[in-house]
Design a protein around this ligand. Structure first.
Ligand SMILES: [Zn+2]
Length: 206
């Protein structure tokens, strides 16, 4: 039944996407919806409701984060890129997976681009990023921030489980994405689990 509901949801979402291309309007409908898991096709505007599939993808991102080798100077983060139209996982990544002080979203995107059919700026608008922590907006290493990479990718839907704490930098990733019309959904029910991934450095300011 869950799969059928998901497929139905995707069909409605696709129709809604075709009707409504104003992401700026959509994002406000996506906020603070974590308490509402009831599916109401009349209210669906490109994932303004969270499905069990979304939680499943975030759990997969958590499993990715657990593969991180902990370091004192960076967080353990996991990321998944999935197609919400068919529930297919297209790419996964975790912090420092690829050499060069890489981040989870960066690894997942680079691995996605390594597949012939996907390139930055030309991704289907049904794709979503699921990341255990808010995408970074500033990197002390000078590398391109993940929020910027997501904006360049063309992905319009991002799920996060925890905001980046004010520890290394003052992260503005969520706001930066939303200001550019990206739909950012905070899966607060998985927040504690994702905080625990960084218990070695998490100070809990946010
Ligand atoms: Zn990052």
């Amino acid at each position: 039944m869950a799969d059928l509901a998901w497929q139905y949801c995707c069909t409605v979402m696709a129709a809604a996407t075709m009707r409504q291309s104003n992401w700026g309007a959509r994002r406000f409908q996506a906020r603070d919806v974590t308490e509402d898991h009831d599916f109401d096709p009349e209210k669906v505007v490109h994932k303004s409701r969270i499905s069990g599939k979304d939680l499943e993808f975030m759990h997969l991102a958590i499993e990715q984060a657990k593969k991180c080798v902990p370091v004192e100077t960076a967080y353990n983060v996991g990321a998944v890129i999935a197609d919400t139209a068919n529930g297919e996982v297209l790419s996964v990544g975790y912090s420092r997976e690829i050499p060069g002080n890489t981040h989870a979203e960066q690894c997942a995107l680079d691995k996605l681009y390594s597949q012939d059919r996907y390139s930055a700026g030309n991704l289907p608008d049904t794709l979503a990023v699921y990341t255990t922590m808010e995408p970074c907006s500033k990197r002390l290493s000078g590398n391109k921030p993940c929020a910027e990479r997501i904006l360049e990718s063309g992905i319009k839907l991002v799920f996060i489980a925890v905001l980046e704490p004010v520890h290394f930098v003052n992260c503005k990733g969520k706001g930066m994405l939303e200001d550019s019309g990206i739909n950012v959904i905070h899966l607060k029910e998985l927040e504690e689990e994702c905080k625990a991934l960084n218990s070695h450095i998490f100070l809990g300011q946010r």
